[in-house]
Design a protein around this ligand. Structure first.
Ligand code: SF4
Ligand code: SF4
Length: 178
C-alpha cells in the first residue's frame, strides 16, 4: 500500500515520526480528556497512518486537547502526540473547518479577552459565548455559585503592558499562527 500523503504532511510539519506507532493505546489510556474527545488520541494517530485527512482535520479532538503532554511521555516509541495535536490545530484552522468547531470558537473568545485585557476576563468571556450561542440562561445557576465562591470575578482587571501583549497577539493572528 502506498504511503499516505497526509502522513508525510503531518511528519514534515510536526517533525514527529508518527509512522512508528503500533497502536498500543498508551497515549489514550493516559489522556485526561479522552472521554470528551470525538476521536481518542491513538485513533487520531491511526487515521493519520491510514491517510484519513478529512476525518482528522474536522475532528474536535485537537481543540479539546489540553497540551499536557502525558501522551507524549507515555508513548513507548517516543512519539510526541501532543505536538501532532498542535500541528492538527494549525491545519484545522488554516482549512476553515475549525470555524464550525465550538471548542475553537470558545478558544478564540479567550484569546480575544487576553488581547483586550492582558488576562482572561471570565465573566465577560462566558457572557460573550452564551450570547453567541443564544443560550442566555444556560449554566446561570452554576455561574452564580462560582461568583459567590469567588471562583470567577464580575469585572476584569487589566494588566500593565496589555497593549504590548495585544500587539503580539494581533501579530500572531495576522500571521495565521492561530
Ligand atoms: S502510545 Fe505511541 S505507539 Fe502507542 S498508540 Fe499512542 S502514539 Fe501509538
Ligand atoms: S496532550 Fe492532549 S492528547 Fe495528549 S494526553 Fe494531554 S490532553 Fe490528551
Amino acid at each position: 500500500m502506498p504511503r499516505p500523503s497526509f502522513l508525510d504532511e503531518i511528519e514534515t510539519r510536526s517533525g514527529v515520526t508518527v509512522s512508528v506507532c503500533y497502536q498500543c493505546c498508551r497515549c489514550t489510556n493516559g489522556c485526561p480528556v479522552a472521554e470528551h474527545m470525538d476521536i481518542v488520541p491513538h485513533r487520531v494517530i491511526g487515521y493519520i497512518l491510514s491517510g484519513e485527512r478529512e476525518k482528522v482535520v474536522a475532528s474536535a479532538s485537537p481543540w479539546t486537547c489540553l497540551q499536557c503532554a502525558t501522551c507524549s511521555l507515555r508513548c513507548p516509541n517516543g512519539i510526541d502526540v501532543a505536538r501532532v495535536f498542535e500541528t492538527l490545530r494549525q491545519i484545522s484552522a488554516a482549512s476553515g473547518l475549525a470555524a464550525k468547531n465550538d471548542v475553537r470558537h470558545f478558544d478564540d473568545l479567550i484569546i480575544d479577552s487576553v488581547e483586550r485585557h492582558g488576562r482572561l476576563a471570565e465573566m465577560e468571556t462566558i457572557m460573550r459565548y452564551r450570547l453567541s450561542k443564544r443560550q442566555f440562561l444556560k449554566d446561570a445557576a452554576m455561574g452564580l455559585d462560582m461568583l459567590k465562591k469567588g471562583r470567577i470575578g464580575l469585572s476584569s482587571h487589566d494588566i500593565r503592558g496589555r497593549k504590548q501583549l495585544g500587539t503580539i497577539i494581533r501579530r500572531m493572528r495576522g500571521h495565521g499562527d492561530r
